[in-house]
Design a protein around this ligand. Structure first.
Ligand code: ATP
Length: 428
C-alpha cells in the first residue's frame, strides 16, 4: 500500500474546479508523474474533532479500489488544517451529459453509461464499500469516455453530508426508501436504488423523483410505484422513521417511460424494488438480459460528451440555480400522512407546484403542467403528468416568467439566503 505523502510540494496548484460538500477542488500538476490531477481539499475544521485516524485508514483503503470504473485516488496528504485527496483528473460528469441539450442519447449510449456505473458498483460492493451518496455529478467521465465512480465511501468516512447544505439538496432524489425511513442497517441496495434513479434520469433527461423533503420524496416514490404493501416489504413498518401513507396504486411503468424497451423497464423495476432484500445486486444487474441483447452498449470512446470543463469555472453557481428544490420546514413525522391524488394533504410544495428539475415549469401541449397551473388542476397524480410531459422527448423550452415563476424564484432566493447564513454560522 502506498504511504501518505507528507508534503504538498509534489503538486503545482492550478485553477479551482469547483466546490462540493467536503471542500474545494483544484486542478493541479503532479510533478512526479507529469499528470494533471484534481486535488480535493477537505476542511478538517468543519469536522469538530478533525478526521479520526480510522477515517484516514479507511481513506487509504479506498486507494486499493483499482477498477476502470472507479476514480483512482492517487494520493492523500495533510496540509495546514486540511486533508488533501488527489484524484485522477476527469473531463466531465454524467450530470453535464444529461443536462446538455445538444446531446442525444441513444438506448445503446444509455446502456453503456449504466453498464459502466454498475461495473464500478459491483467492484466496490465486492470489497464491502458502499457509496451511499451516488448521483449523476459523482459519476465522472474521463477523456476516453470511461465513466468512473467518484467520492466512494466518503459519505461514511466523513459523516453524512448535511442535507440542508446547498450541494446536498439534490442528493435526496437518489435516496433509497429505507434511508428515507431512517434505516441504520442498510446495505449495497442503497447504491442500486440510486443507480436506478440515474437510469431513469438518463431516459427522461431530467431527475426522476424530485422530492422537496424526505416525506415528499417518499410520496413521489409511492406515486410512481404505488404505496408498498407489507407483503411487498415486510421490514418497512419497523423502520425508525416509518410513517403510514395513504394507499395509492402504481400507474403502469410504461406510462412513465413510453420509449423504454421491455428489458429496460424490467431491470429498472428490479433496481427500484422497495424491499432492499429483494432488490437486484450490481452483479445480477450486469447479467440481466437488458445488457445481453441488442443494441450492444456503445464503446465508451464513441459516447457523446459535453465540451470539456471551462477553465476556472466553478460549479456552485450552477448548483444554486433556480432548479434547486425548496426545502420546506421539517415535517411532523408522527402524524399520518395523506397524499395525492389531487394534491390533498401531505408535504407537497406549499404552492402546489411540482419541480421539473429545470429552472421553470414545462409547457406541454399534451396536457402537462404549464406555468400558473398545478398538476392537480388536471385531477391527476403529479408524477405521471410530469413524466409524460418530457418522457423520451426533447427538453421543453423555457416559458416566460409569470407570477408562479416569480413566487418560485422568491422562495429560491429565501432559501439561498438561509443557506448562506447557515454557512456563515458554521464558518464554512
Ligand atoms: N477528479 C476530478 N476531476 C475533475 N474535476 C473534478 C474532479 N472531482 C471533482 N471535480 C469537480 O470539482 C467540483 C467539486 O466537486 P465535488 O466532488 O467536491 O462536489 P460536487 O460533485 O460538485 O458536489 P457534491 O459534493 O454534492 O458531490 C465539481 O465541479 C466537480 O465536477
Amino acid at each position: 500500500m502506498a504511504e501518505l505523502s507528507t508534503t504538498s510540494g509534489r503538486y503545482i496548484k492550478g485553477v479551482t474546479l469547483g466546490e462540493g460538500t467536503y471542500g474545494v477542488v483544484f486542478k493541479a500538476l503532479d510533478t512526479l508523474t507529469n499528470r494533471t490531477v484534481a486535488v480535493k481539499k477537505i476542511r478538517l475544521g468543519k469536522y469538530k474533532e478533525g478526521v479520526h485516524v480510522t477515517a484516514l485508514r479507511e481513506i487509504k483503503l479506498l486507494k486499493e479500489l483499482h477498477d476502470p470504473n472507479i476514480i483512482e485516488l492517487i494520493d492523500v496528504y495533510p496540509h495546514k488544517r486540511n486533508l488533501n485527496l488527489v484524484f485522477e483528473f476527469m473531463e466531465s460528469d454524467l450530470e453535464a451529459v444529461i443536462k446538455d441539450r445538444n446531446i442525444v442519447l441513444s438506448s445503446a449510449d444509455i446502456k453503456s453509461y449504466m453498464q459502466m456505473t454498475l461495473k464500478g458498483l459491483a467492484q466496490c460492493h465486492k470489497k464491502w464499500v458502499l457509496h451511499r451518496d451516488l448521483k449523476p455529478n459523482n459519476l465522472l467521465i474521463a477523456t476516453d469516455g470511461q465513466l468512473k465512480l467518484a467520492d466512494f465511501g466518503l459519505a461514511r468516512i466523513l459523516g453524512s453530508p448535511d442535507r440542508n447544505f446547498t450541494h446536498q439538496v439534490f442528493a435526496r432524489w437518489y435516496r433509497a426508501p429505507e434511508l428515507l425511513f431512517g434505516s441504520k442497517q442498510y446495505g449495497a441496495g442503497v447504491d442500486i436504488w440510486a443507480a436506478g434513479c440515474i437510469f431513469a434520469e438518463l431516459m427522461l433527461r431530467r431527475p426522476f423523483l424530485q422530492g422537496s423533503s424526505d416525506i415528499d420524496q417518499l410520496g413521489k416514490i409511492f406515486a410512481a410505484f404505488g404505496t408498498p404493501r407489507e407483503s411487498q416489504w415486510p421490514d418497512m413498518t419497523s423502520l425508525p422513521d416509518y410513517v403510514e401513507y395513504q394507499y395509492c396504486p402504481a400507474p403502469p411503468l410504461r406510462s412513465l417511460f413510453p420509449m423504454a424497451s421491455e428489458d429496460a423497464l424490467d431491470i429498472l423495476l428490479r433496481m427500484l424494488t422497495f424491499d432492499p432484500k429483494s432488490r437486484i445486486t450490481a452483479q445480477q444487474a450486469l447479467e440481466h438480459r437488458y445488457f445481453l441483447i441488442e443494441p450492444a452498449p456503445t464503446r465508451p470512446v464513441l459516447l457523446p460528451r459535453p465540451p470539456t470543463r471551462p477553465e476556472g469555472k466553478s460549479k456552485p453557481a450552477e448548483v444554486a440555480s433556480p432548479a434547486a428544490p425548496i426545502v420546506l420546514s421539517p415535517p411532523n413525522k408522527a402524524r399520518r400522512v395523506t397524499l395525492f391524488p389531487g394534491g390533498a394533504g401531505g408535504d407537497v410544495h406549499s404552492s402546489g407546484r411540482v419541480d421539473t428539475g429545470y429552472p421553470f415549469p414545462s409547457r406541454d401541449a399534451s396536457g402537462g403542467t404549464v406555468p400558473g397551473e398545478t398538476p392537480s388542476d388536471h385531477g391527476e397524480i403529479p408524477m405521471s403528468v410530469d413524466m409524460r410531459t418530457t418522457a423520451g422527448q426533447a427538453i421543453p423550452p423555457r416559458p416566460t416568467l409569470n407570477s408562479t415563476d416569480r413566487s418560485y424564484l422568491k422562495r429560491k432566493l429565501d432559501m439561498d439566503l438561509a443557506v448562506s447564513h447557515y454557512q456563515e454560522e458554521q464558518q464554512i
